[in-house]
Ligand binder design. Structure first.
Ligand code: ADP
Ligand code: ADP
Ligand code: ZN
Length: 220
């Protein structure tokens, strides 16, 4: 069976998680968010979680060797497609992922990277108002607010601010993104696999733009 691979790429707060979730709902593809996986490890106080905690707090990338193993373990073999959110983030992770696909996914698979383009200014505004629930659901106080203030629509959990959504850590995450991310973007662009989407539009419009592109490319 052919497995479709979609990779969401963009600065922190560009809406990768939000759009990956919407796409996963429309398809039966598995969504893999390395940020969510790492936060679950931290919450469960596993060995990896204890190690990852200090990287997440300061906005640094968790060392690549831990990431590839974690992603490999989370892939559901039977899924007909995979949607990656926040991975691969640098060239080493990209190489690791391509190797893993070679081993795991025998037939040539349609693979596309979706860049959600958003300015640093917009990122800072958005992340200051992001709230999330322990179940993984993400909200925004203005643009994507829960029905009841401070409470998750899905599970009733209490919403909180991520401890890396603070101005100083946001600035560092943006620096890491601009430093490591450019080479990854260039890789997809040269390959003709990069879909660039304007991320400064309403959530539903961005989702429609993505669906349209994927239809054009006969991915869906
Ligand atoms: P955002 O969506 O705001 O970019 P994520 O949830 O993807 O944030 O990531 C939060 C933090 O988790 C990162 O700052 C980094 O410390 C860690 N992290 C997530 N994905 C990766 C990855 N692929 N490689 C290394 N570290 C990661
Ligand atoms: P990422 O996974 O790239 O870090 P998120 O999906 O978590 O980004 O979105 C960051 C914040 O911005 C969240 O509070 C989310 O609800 C909000 N958001 C996502 N997309 C948009 C959009 N198009 N316009 C306004 N706010 C958005
Ligand atoms: Zn919840």
């Amino acid at each position: 069976m052919q497995k479709t691979i979609i990779i969401f790429f963009g600065p922190p707060g560009s809406g990768k998680g939000t759009q990956a979730e919407l796409l996963a709902k429309k398809t039966d593809w598995q969504k893999i968010s390395t940020g969510d996986l790492l936060r679950s490890e931290v919450a469960a106080k596993t060995k990896l979680g204890k190690l990852a905690d200090k990287y997440l707090k300061t906005g640094k990338l968790v060392p690549d060797r831990f990431i590839v193993e974690m992603v490999d373990n989370s892939l559901k073999k039977k899924s007909s497609g995979f949607i990656f959110d926040g991975y691969p983030r640098n060239l080493k992770q990209l190489k690791d992922l391509l190797l893993m696909f070679k081993k795991r996914i025998k037939k040539s698979a349609p693979i596309y990277a979706i860049e959600i383009a958003v300015s640093d200014k917009e990122v800072k505004q958005r992340l200051g108002q992001r709230r999330m629930c322990a179940c993984g659901k993400v909200y925004h106080l203005l643009y994507n607010s829960p029905i009841n203030e401070g409470i998750c629509d899905i599970c009733g959990g209490k919403l909180f601010t991520r401890n890396d959504d603070k101005p100083k850590v946001i600035s560092h995450r943006l620096k890491v993104y601009h430093h490591d991310g450019q080479a990854v973007l260039d890789y997809w662009r040269v390959l003709g696999k990069l879909i660039k989407i304007n991320g400064e539009q309403p959530i539903a419009k961005i989702h429609n733009d993505i669906m349209e592109k994927l239809r054009e490319l006969k991915v869906i």
